[in-house]
Design a protein around this ligand. Sequence first.
Ligand code: F6R
Length: 257
Amino acid sequence: MQIGIFSNDNEIARVGAQRIVDVYRNKENFVLGLATGSSPLPLYAELIRRHKAGDISFAHAQSFNLDEYVGLPRDHVEGYANFIHRNLIDHTDMPEGAAHGPDGWADDLNAGAAAYDQAIRDAGGIDIQVLGIGSDGHIGFNEPGGSLVSRTHVGVLTEQTRRDNARFFNGDIDAVPTHCVTQGLGTIMESRAHVFIATGQGKAEAVAQMIEGGVSGRWPASILQMHPDVMVLLDEAAASQLALGDFYREVWDKEHA
Ligand code: F6R
């Protein structure tokens, strides 16, 4: 992992956006994996800014969201397909139909999940995936105790995740869906590269377990230790429980001098 620790969100957004622009410069028809939630919002704002500055085009790109709630009306403002359109896609030149997400409304959710994995394969795989992390260590909505090699599947959200996400539903945990469709950890691991973002004290334990704990289904994000190309971008609070934070800072400074 390349681990960068920064004092503010703008710096994280700048470094993360540059990583994605670099992928675009090598491959105009790049395939971008997208996380929702609050962590990547500054990154998406910066990508939109870079797009308007002419540094990146999405005209030949496709995107694949990590996950989707099950049980929300299709037009619900917190549905992840809507979220990603509102916060990124609608401000770019990505053509209609090129932004994909798991189908949380399919009559047969399992068949829809398998079709989503196939769609990612048909697109040639994801070139770079944006990731956040739950306070319980999930990536996508892969909650603790699941398979480390799972494919896109229907999942159940932990109470902790529903409590964390209640802030998007007027603080009402009962309004947060109990189920989701998520890329599996096996699917996520096939992405060729990752930009991972975590900010705030609430993520500190999960981040420490991800980077310095054993690889374990208890902390699903720890599977990323097995991936060769993960850029981890943290603020000081999210990095605060790392035992070797000073060493990671030194390595980052030497490699990005
Ligand atoms: C969202 C997703 C989740 C979030 C995580 C953190 O598509 O896959 O893993 O990245 O729950 O959410 P925030 O950034 O809102 O704290």
